[in-house]
Ligand binder design. Structure first.
Ligand code: F6P
Length: 363
């Protein structure tokens, strides 16, 4: 399709960084279709996140490349957890990576770099903007923990997968009269566990924002058993921890995890067994939550955010992250999500919703 509108931006680079999630390809398609078809921009696909810029691993994207990808999981560009401003994973000084990125950007003749990612990616985008690059960010992650947007794409798909898993655990827990603890991802935030726990009717939901008391959990399980409920489902966010662990120093916590295992679900399951004597099993859902086709809701959000990014590009409004703000698509300054994590606020209505239907939040 021929370009039909005038655009400030002529050539863009696009990359996906951090953990993948459903909806990334839908967002790439949204950016590229609008940028190319509406505005005639040239598009350079950058492989494997910021690593592709450091290594100059890039290719021109033609319409055929972003056709037929709306429903595909993963990312056609590849992703990595390369953090160019940190040098922890390599001997190379961080500044050399940043210089390499700036060189590639200049050599390719880019007018703007579009970064699709989570907190780390948008933080890197913001830092690159301070280094003089034009950058636009898109908020993706199953964790839903980016400040500045009311939702990230990827979250809704992972929520559906987590909910289905909880649904399935109900029948096996009931058959065996067991307590089953399921661990969902979410990094340091409890959005996924809280929403999937409510959607799946979890009896107990444990999130990092509310350190739990194992005695309260044990009492809740015992009360359920006394009232004739033969099984229980406990939904645990990967970052959930007990009140005691929360009080520990970083060093002591590390030691505790080394001794008791890194998985929140297994720790909680063994604490429950020790406290109640109830037969308890643990399930860690893991990367299944990030795989496969995006939900309809994520496709819509990713497409809307992608096309909104193209509008910013056309107007030359750089240094922004596109965002869902209320029911509208808008944007915020890239410094808004920088170095932050959006946790579940203590007064969030979903916590009260969970409690109102009898779910124990661990305290
Ligand atoms: O940020 C997305 C996420 O899936 C988190 O929920 C999880 O903690 C983390 O990524 C896993 O990271 P990795 O892909 O590096 O194992």
């Amino acid at each position: 399709m021929a370009a039909s509108r005038k655009s400030v931006t002529k050539k863009i680079g696009i990359l996906t960084a951090g953990g993948d999630c459903p909806g990334l390809n839908a967002a790439i398609r949204g950016v590229c279709r609008a940028a190319h078809d509406r505005y005639g921009m040239e598009i350079v696909g950058i492989a494997n996140g910021f690593r592709g810029l450091i290594e100059e691993n890039t290719r021109i994207l033609k319409p055929i490349d972003f056709s037929g990808i709306l429903t595909r999981g993963g990312t056609i560009l590849g992703a990595s957890r390369e953090k160019p401003f940190k040098n922890a994973e390599s001997d190379e000084p961080a500044s050399e990576k940043v210089s390499a990125i700036k060189d590639t950007y200049t050599r390719l003749g880019l007018d703007c770099l579009v970064v699709l990612g989570g907190n780390g990616t948008n933080t890197t985008g913001c830092k690159l903007a301070r280094e003089g690059l034009n950058v636009i960010g898109l908020p993706k992650t199953i964790d839903n923990d980016i400040v500045g947007t009311d939702r990230t794409f990827g979250f809704h798909s992972a929520l559906s997968i987590g909910t289905e898993a909880i649904d399935r655990l109900h029948s096996t827990a009931q058959s065996h009269s067991r307590v089953i603890v399921i661990e969902l991802m979410g990094h340091k935030a409890g959005w996924l566990a809280l929403y999937a726990g409510v959607a799946g009717g979890g009896d107990i939901i444990l999130i990092p924002e509310i350190p739990y008391d194992i005695h309260v959990i044990a009492s809740h399980l015992e009360e359920r058993a006394e009232s004739g409920k033969t099984f229980s489902i406990v939904v645990v966010a990967e970052g959930a921890m007990s009140m005691e662990v929360e009080q520990m120093s970083k060093k002591d916590r590390k030691k505790y995890y080394l001794e008791n295992g890194p998985s929140a679900a297994y720790r909680v399951a063994s604490e429950i067994e020790a406290q109640t004597g109830m037969e308890t099993r643990a399930t860690v859902l893991g990367y299944v939550q990030r795989g496969g086709i995006p939900s309809a809701s994520d496709r819509v959000l990713a497409t809307s955010l992608g096309t909104a990014a193209a509008e910013l590009l056309a107007r030359g409004e750089y240094g922004r992250m596109v965002a869902l703000i209320g029911n509208d698509i808008g944007s915020v300054d890239l410094s808004v999500p920088e170095n932050k994590v959006k946790n579940v606020p203590a007064d969030h209505y979903m916590i009260d919703t969970a409690k109102a239907v009898g779910t124990c939040m661990g305290v």
